[in-house]
Design a protein around this ligand. Structure first.
Ligand code: BES
Ligand code: MN
Ligand code: ZN
Length: 507
């Protein structure tokens, strides 16, 4: 599918279907008013007939109107002014895309006149439209023998006012790049555990580096990790026939000596729980336990596509958590790369065990910031449900930036406290710490554990256990959550660099 921005004169656009918005109680948007005029009152006529009111979610398809080049005009309801939140806009976009799909259209041109979302920001509205539309047309068929029908839709035009075109063009480029990262993350997430192994993730990273000159990949195998003392990470894959991997992807778009922003992803390609075996029901969903890894891989792909003028490094800690004969047992003590020892009281709390060594490893990059993304705790689903990712951080301004980025990207996170009072829940009689903190505050104690390995840099942790995938029915599958948030954070960092450079030149 090809996205493009078109200027004014909607009536003259050659397309199979024009889409235009009408507000609640039949109030016409500027483009709707213009189209009503050239069609000799077709839209007002529709409203007067009572068949369409402009209520949020309403749709009506008109055909073969006089004065229009397009054979179809889809009129969509934008609702009342207080119905312009992201959740309304998301539904509106989905509704339009469902109709486009049903009609098997080859081309559409969508004119929403900056009224569809509550931010009067044409960049944001256009970018979200691009991201969401691209997501709506993603189909998983990789492991089906019958492939999905190829997408009929070839051309998706977004109609903007002339003065919005420039912003719209950059929104479209960013939106397509982010959407590609999101869909790449979803695809990795959806692949089954017997295909998407740690080795597969490493190969995927290498393929990405083939595609983008700006990306370099290094993969550490078990022997190398052994030498580095990553015994905690290695303990997780001990019960598996699949070798663990540490995957490092470097994007260099900034100055050579500029500190990178580091993204760390939990890449448990299947989480059985290990010897602390999980119950059987729904265990298939633990193939999604590498969605943090998928997010950071997707995000760095988007960054490369956007060619941001900063340095970014993505690190994936990949292992399969299985209860094989060599598996780690409850009570085993391992020494982490940092030198701190851990009593593994529950082998199902494995995410933190792979992440802690990756977090120590990234100290060598002298990072500007480190953000880890992980399907870390079931407790996060209890705390926040499926809308917000959990956010915990040792740095207030980093946390603030991520919250803001998530809001703007419509990929929201919500903070939980990381107070020292919680730390003692990790006390162990047999090691420096245990790997679990008991029943209470599971998301916080998991982050407390990680915080003991992140003292050298500003760090934030995103728990995506509740957001990384949908569990039910036709919607079951990976969401790509946090790719947009991470991209927005990095776009913001790139803008900071550009502003400070501009000032520098000025002085
Ligand atoms: N991958 C799971 C967390 C998870 C569970 C994410 C369900 C999404 C849905 C993680 O490795 C895990 O098993 N965590 C345990 C930790 C506990 C043993 C302290 C959990 O949340 O139950
Ligand atoms: Mn687990
Ligand atoms: Zn897990």
């Amino acid at each position: 599918m090809f996205f493009e921005i078109l200027g004014d004169a909607a009536e003259k656009i050659t397309t199979e279907c024009l889409v235009v918005g009408v507000e609640a109680e039949g109030k016409l948007s500027p483009t709707a008013a213009k189209l009503d005029e050239v069609t000799q009152g077709a839209i007002k006529g529709l409203i007067n007939s009572g068949d369409f009111s402009g209520a949020a979610g309403d749709q009506h398809l008109l055909r073969n109107l006089p004065g229009l080049t397009s054979p179809r005009l889809l009129v969509v309801g934008l609702g009342k002014p207080d119905e312009r939140k992201d959740r309304h806009y998301r539904k509106l976009v989905k509704g339009i895309n469902q109709t486009i799909s049903k009609l098997k259209l080859k081309s559409v041109a969508v004119a929403l006149d900056g009224l569809a979302s509550d931010h009067s920001d044409p960049y944001r509205q256009t970018r979200l439209l691009t991201e969401w539309t691209s997501a709506d047309f993603y189909q998983y068929d990789t492991t089906k023998s019958k492939k999905a029908d190829p997408l009929a839709l070839e051309q998706y035009a977004i109609v903007l006012n002339d003065e919005e075109i420039e912003l719209g063009e950059s929104a479209l480029l960013d939106g397509v790049a982010i959407a590609n990262g999101v869909n790449a993350a979803r695809e990795l997430g959806n692949l089954p555990g017997n295909i998407c192994t740690p080795t597969y993730l490493a190969d995927k990273a290498k393929a990405l580096a083939e595609e983008f000159d700006s990306l370099k990949v290094k993969v550490l195998d078990e022997e190398k990790m052994e030498k580095l003392g990553m015994h905690s990470l290695l303990s997780v894959g001990r019960g598996s026939a699949q070798p663990s991997k540490l995957i490092i992807i470097e994007y260099r778009g900034g100055k050579k000596d500029e500190a990178p922003h580091v993204l760390v992803g939990k890449g448990i390609t299947f989480d059985t729980g290990g010897i602390s075996l999980k119950p059987g029901a729904g265990m298939d969903e633990m193939k999604f336990d590498m969605c943090g890894a998928a997010s950071v891989i997707g995000a760095i792909e988007s960054v490369a596509e956007m060619q941001l003028p900063i340095n970014v490094t993505a690190v994936v800690a990949a292992a399969e958590n299985m209860p094989g004969s060599q598996a780690t047992k409850p009570g085993d003590v391992v020494t982490t790369m940092s030198g701190q020892t851990v009593e593994i009281l529950n082998t199902d709390a494995e995410g933190r065990l792979v992440l802690c060594d990756a977090l120590t490893y990234v100290e060598r990059f002298k990072p500007a910031s480190v953000i880890d993304v992980a399907t870390l705790t079931g407790a996060c689903i209890i705390a926040l449900g499926h809308h917000a990712s959990g956010l915990l951080s040792n740095n207030e301004s980093l946390a603030e930036s991520l919250l803001k980025a998530g809001d703007y990207a419509s990929d929201r996170a919500w903070p939980l406290p990381l107070w020292d009072e919680y730390q003692e829940l990790l006390d162990s009689n047999f090691a420096d710490m245990g790997n679990i903190g008991g029943r209470s505050a599971g998301t916080i104690t998991a982050a407390c554990f990680l915080s003991r390995f992140t003292k050298q840099y500003p760090w934030a942790h995103l728990d995506i256990a509740g957001t990384a995938w949908n569990s039910a029915g036709k919607e079951k599958g990976a969401t790509g959550r946090c790719v947009s948030l991470l991209c927005q954070y990095l776009i913001d960092q790139a803008e900071l660099v550009e502003t400070s450079e501009a000032e520098h030149h000025h002085h």
